[in-house]
Design a protein around this ligand. Structure first.
Ligand code: BGC
Length: 367
């Protein structure tokens, strides 16, 4: 098996070299070899629509880290109205312009197979960033936070918050997940459910609506209005009269605020609500105790990790990647990953957690 694999890689290498006429430096086990990367080369960064603040921050973070490392940047966002075809043509355009690396935060991780295949055929190094690219071997690396861990931390926060704020159980809760076209959404949800399921089974938690599968609790497009209207419907259908809603698993801050808007409009007491991203609009809510928790994933560090990886490849060195099937299996391949560690934030540790990030630290201190 191993022999076959090595032979396979060898063959692919030879084929890739024949095609690109280049050295094998930077090759990473995908079907085609990557062209050598040099300082001054063009790096394409294709980001999804700005559905949450982290994506807005990502553009600026990449611009700086790419320039500092001595490469040239081509950074593009998919248009919110038409993200998939838009991103597909942006990636093809980057390859045509001669990018040696494309870094992709996928709008839809399952819709980029032919674009990354074409990129690899030209020797381009393909890096999935923050979100994995699915069902293709033509992705060399994945740079992201440990997303399963994000889900586990969210669930742990929900349990802690319920205990701290809602007395002894059992607790009535509802579950929300992200958008099905984002490969992360199921990973967050599975991580969270690994912690919550035993508590649902033993009766500590009750999902009043009975909506417990990803299919039922997903939020199309990660859009606030979709979470808000689902929460409004759940409240009117399942929480009339005296039925209390104690907590909500929310996969990010944008959706957490939408959920809180719905519970407030329905005149319900503030439930314990989780989040993710440490968005500036959520920090004041966390400090006031309206939103219970968030997750800190430093976008600048995440962009820097991708560019450090490119610099390592440009030096001809082997990057220190991790094979982590739970987080990084894309349907056909566990993509070698640079995995960063997410931090759970509540009002108790916010000031400490945001040290070094002036904007967030100041917001946390303000309370
Ligand atoms: C990111 C989250 C973000 C979500 C919605 C996910 O892929 O990892 O940080 O909240 O997309 O944009």
């Amino acid at each position: 098996m191993r022999k076959k694999l090595i032979a396979g890689i060898g063959l692919a290498l030879v084929a890739g070299l024949a095609l690109s006429g280049c050295s094998a430096r930077g090759t990473s086990g995908s079907d085609s070899a990557s062209t050598e990367i040099k300082k001054g080369d063009l790096i394409g960064v294709a980001l999804p629509a700005k559905t949450s603040q982290n994506w807005v921050l990502a553009g600026a973070a990449f611009e700086k880290s790419i320039e500092d490392a001595g490469f040239k940047a081509d950074i593009q966002y998919a248009n919110a109205g038409n993200p998939v075809p838009d991103q597909q043509s942006q990636i093809s355009g980057m390859v045509t312009k001669g990018a040696k690396v494309v870094i992709i935060g996928a709008a839809d991780g399952s819709q980029l197979g032919s674009q990354v295949k074409a990129a690899k055929a030209k020797g381009v190094t393909v890096i999935a960033w923050d979100r994995n690219i699915l069902n293709t071997k033509d992705v060399d690396y994945y740079v992201a936070f440990n997303n399963y861990k994000v889900g586990q931390l969210q669930a742990t926060a929900l349990l802690d918050g319920l205990k701290a704020e809602k007395g002894s159980g059992p607790y009535n809760i509802e579950l929300f997940a992200g958008s099905a076209d984002d490969a992360n959404a199921t990973v967050f949800f599975n991580g969270a459910m690994s912690v919550l399921e035993p508590k649902i089974k033993d009766g500590t938690l009750k999902v009043t609506s009975g909506q417990e599968t990803f299919q039922k609790v997903q939020t199309k497009g990660w859009l606030a209005q979709n979470a808000q209207s689902r929460m409004t419907d759940l409240l009117s259908q399942y929480y009339s009269g005296d039925t209390k809603l104690d907590g909500v698993l929310s996969p990010n801050d944008t959706l957490a605020r939408a959920i809180l808007t719905a519970t407030k409009a329905a005149g319900k007491p503030n439930p314990v609500v989780t989040g993710q991203d440490s968005e500036t609009a959520s920090i004041p809510l966390i400090m006031k105790g309206t939103q219970y928790s968030t997750i800190y994933k430093n976008t600048t560090e995440e962009a820097q990790a991708a560019i450090d990886l490119v610099s390592t490849l440009a030096k001809g060195d082997k990057p220190d990647t991790k094979i982590d099937k739970t987080n990084n299996y894309n349907g056909v391949k566990t993509v070698p990953a640079i995995e960063l560690t997410p931090i759970l934030v509540t009002k108790e540790n916010a000031v400490e957690a945001y040290k070094g990030n002036d904007t967030l630290e100041e917001l946390a201190k303000k309370g």
